[in-house]
Ligand binder design. Structure first.
Ligand code: BTN
Length: 245
């Protein structure tokens, strides 16, 4: 394991780990680490995706988790995944010499040319209505991607975007600090605007998988709380806080 510093971030780099989200959560619960601590690994044996899915994690790609202790209430915590998504989208755009189509798929995937290249898993520790800490876990396919996925996947190399995991991590952290500070100083509006500019399927008919049903309608808006606003055929609007397009 290596311990290093990048700007305001303290980083533990491992060769192999079960999951950066699991390890950072354990360390945070024991109070061993602070705000802006990062755990990254070349390879994960038990990478976690959303909805208890497995996040395939062979070496070559980027896997990391950031520990955050924002002084915010529970309702605002989910905004962190959009802040991370916009930071990652901009970091990837900066490396992309061919101006590929980079989009944000609600709630927190990054697509290149319509295929998923990165995912974000937000986990928080909340007690008595207070947020103790938040973990933002990010996986970016840099030179490989699984092929049996529910949504088509790609990797940066396949889209002719050439980088190394550590290089992308540093560019991401530059952007993330910038947007995190923007959020604290000016609220969510500036990030919401950037997210919306490149939102996948905005103003199109989409189907959202909810826990108990599927809903189809027009992707009408993305509000200041990170909710998706769906307009049904009968013009009724529904506010959706969690689900999958
Ligand atoms: C998704 O389902 O799209 C979210 C995937 C998140 C994967 C990352 S890889 C680094 C961190 N550690 C994990 O176990 N998961 C996240």
């Amino acid at each position: 394991m290596q311990l290093w510093q990048y700007k305001n971030f303290t980083i533990n780099s491992y060769d192999e780990i079960d999951s950066t989200n699991i390890q950072i959560t354990n360390a945070a619960k024991l109070n061993l680490i602070h705000h802006n601590h990062i755990i990254t690994a070349k390879k994960q044996n038990a990478g976690k995706g959303r909805y208890e899915r497995v996040w395939s994690s062979p070496s070559g790609n980027l896997y990391f988790s950031i520990l955050l202790k924002p002084n915010k209430n529970i309702a605002e915590i989910s905004l962190l995944s959009f802040i991370a998504a916009v930071a990652l989208g901009q970091a990837i755009s900066e490396l992309d010499l061919n101006k590929n189509l980079i989009e944000y798929k609600w709630p927190n995937d990054i697509l290149i040319n319509g295929k998923k290249v990165a995912g974000i898993l937000l986990e928080s520790d909340v007690a008595h209505g207070q947020v103790n800490f938040v973990v933002v876990g990010i996986g970016v396919n840099i030179n490989s991607n699984p092929d049996q996925t529910s949504y088509p996947a790609t990797n940066l190399q396949a889209e002719k975007i050439i980088t190394q995991p550590e290089n992308l991590l540093k560019i991401f952290l530059d952007k993330f600090s910038e947007f995190y500070d923007k959020w604290l100083n000016y609220g969510f509006a500036p990030i919401r605007n950037l997210w919306l500019k490149n939102a996948f399927n905005f103003n199109k008919i989409i189907t959202v998988n909810l826990a108990d049903k599927k809903l189809s309608g027009l992707f009408r808006d993305f509000d200041d709380k990170g909710n998706l606003i769906l307009e049904l055929e009968n013009k009724e609007t529904i506010i959706i806080s969690s689900g999958e397009i």
